[in-house]
Design a protein around this ligand. Structure first.
Ligand SMILES: Cc1cc2nc3c(=O)[nH]c(=O)nc-3n(C[C@H](O)[C@H](O)[C@H](O)COP(=O)(O)OP(=O)(O)OC[C@H]3O[C@@H](n4cnc5c(N)ncnc54)[C@H](O)[C@@H]3O)c2cc1C
Length: 478
């Protein structure tokens, strides 16, 4: 197992000598196996032979998640397994360590890793790539941590899908009108790309699902969007954002702009505009922040907690001095946007994937004593899906597309960006099948507590209050 090999090599080195022996082959450790981790490791492996560098990727998950497809996974248009690329399959001749990075001591060229079971250990390295991504940016809102769910991982996307379909199932068999209203109220907080796509796709799925419930009507569904700023989709023009609002309103989605979620204790939602209601489902998509584990490192960070970088993707300190052997990219890195002076590259997959490839090329160059080059990328545009055959897109800053064509552009762009041909083919096969068979709207609600029925079956039968002491013995036991 590479995991044991690496950790035992370091442990043995540390015990035997104060100074570990220099490695024959430099070791590059990549933190995070997401967009940056997968693409930078792949590019490095392409550029460098096994005798030139050993590459190790560390991530608690065995797969990279292609997040732009999470809304379609939540809607059941893509199988949840197909929006992830298995790292062991995608990364040949790269060692993988499954565990959480809990500390980075770059001065000692050492990272600490906590595996799921067992003791934390550390590994040393010669070169570091930080691709730890971001986490949901939350606020101390009463009830939020207990009631809401994020939308950043495939687990969350599938949980949202199962929750929405399960609430529809349960509401269809409920006579209490208040309980039914609460079950059929779904709140999405955050009007950026992730929130609007998640809302658009999930609402479309819910409307398709209620057709199978004669007890329910599409008008019984209440989808609510809460956004703090006066507009949605800041990534596209105001005109296209306005068009998207119009489309969502036509679908009876209730939209509260310039409004904040004030509290949601026990599912009682209170908004800053004094609107109050009960909801069983609250999805939080109000932005991201750099991975907080970076606070447990000696790497230079900016005010937002991102690792500060040069356009070459080398980490740089506040005085402008390059931190030797340290590189970063993606959501966790503040990379100057050379095409928009004074700005940083926004946290999106478009930049993360391109930066990762550039970083791989640059590190390979530096290892061969060549100069790294600066990263710059002109945004090719933004494409968003709002449900089946519905979408908006803005290409090359000027070209605005709406409706089915934008939806086709969204699918085409992202399926081409999805890593590995295996996943591209599976996703396209799924879409083709759904054209003939319609999408799946079944809830696997109990998947989140699969042992519930076994626990119930194994529980000792309760003794009857007035029964004789031996009456609990079953006929099998007699
Ligand atoms: C719902 C949604 C929709 C999106 N849609 C779009 C879109 O349409 N277009 C677009 O360009 N962008 C989109 N994005 C943004 C895009 O997905 C991210 O910007 C991109 O994935 C960032 O890549 P990254 O490598 O920096 O982070 P990630 O891809 O998130 O990778 C980070 C990796 O680090 C791992 N990790 C985390 N903590 C640790 C730890 N302690 N130790 C080890 N590993 C760790 C994680 O498991 C993960 O694999 C979307 C995001 C979301 C959530």
């Amino acid at each position: 197992m590479p995991q044991n090999d690496l950790s035992s090599v370091d442990a043995a080195q540390n015990q035997a000598t104060a100074q570990p022996k220099p490695r024959k082959v430099p070791r590059i450790v990549v933190l995070g196996g997401g967009s940056v981790g997968l693409y930078s490791a792949r590019r490095l492996r392409k550029r460098l032979g096994k005798r030139e560098a050993a590459i190790v990727v560390v991530d608690p998950r065995p797969y990279m998640t292609y997040a732009p497809f999470l809304p379609e996974a939540a809607a059941g248009s893509i199988d949840g397994r197909h929006v992830v690329a298995p790292l062991r399959r995608a990364l040949r001749n790269v060692d993988l360590l499954q565990g959480m990075v809990t500390g980075i001591a770059h001065a000692d060229r050492k990272v600490t890793i906590q595996p799921e079971g067992g003791e934390a250990y550390s590994i040393t390295y010669d070169h570091l790539i930080v691709g730890l991504g971001s986490v949901a940016r939350t606020l101390p809102i009463p009830g939020l941590a207990e009631q809401a769910i994020g939308f950043k991982t495939v687990e969350e996307a599938i949980a949202v899908r199962n929750q929405v379909l399960n609430r529809i199932d349960v509401a269809s068999s409920t006579w209490d009108p208040e309980a039914r209203k609460r079950m059929l109220t779904f709140v999405f907080v955050g009007g950026g790309f992730a929130g609007i796509e998640a809302l658009g796709e999930v609402e479309d799925m819910a409307r398709a699902a209620v057709k199978y419930y004669p007890e329910l009507d599409a008008a019984d569904l209440r989808f609510v969007l809460v956004e703090g700023s006066p507009r949605i989709l800041p990534e596209v023009s105001e005109e296209l954002g306005g068009y998207t609002l119009e489309v969502l309103r036509k679908r009876n989605i209730e939209i509260h702009l310039s409004t904040f979620l004030s509290s949601c204790d026990d599912g009682h939602v209170v908004l800053s505009n004094k609107v109050e209601f009960d909801a069983d489902t609250i999805v939080w998509t109000a932005g991201v922040k750099a991975n907080p584990v970076l606070q447990d490192s000696d790497l230079p960070l900016d005010k937002l907690g991102r690792v500060t970088c040069l356009p070459t993707l080398q980490i740089v300190d506040a005085e402008g001095t390059v931190v030797p052997d340290a590189w970063a990219a993606g959501d966790c890195a503040a990379v100057p946007d050379l095409l928009n002076p004074g700005m940083f590259c926004p946290p999106n997959a478009q930049h993360a994937i391109r930066q990762a490839n550039h970083l791989g090329d640059n590190l390979a160059k530096v290892l061969r004593s060549a100069e790294p080059t600066e990263y710059s990328h002109k945004n090719v545009g933004a494409v968003a899906s709002l449900g089946m055959y519905k979408g908006v897109a803005q290409m090359f800053g000027r070209i605005k597309v709406r409706g089915p064509l934008a939806w086709v552009l969204h699918r085409t762009y992202h399926v081409m960006a999805m890593p590995t041909w295996n996943r591209k083919i599976r996703i396209m096969a799924g879409w083709t099948g759904a054209l003939f068979l319609r999408r799946e709207v079944i809830s696997l609600g109990s998947i989140h507590d699969p042992r519930a029925s076994f626990r119930a079956a194994s529980a000792a039968p309760k003794p009857k209050p007035d029964a004789a002491p031996d009456s609990a013995v079953t006929s099998h036991g007699k």
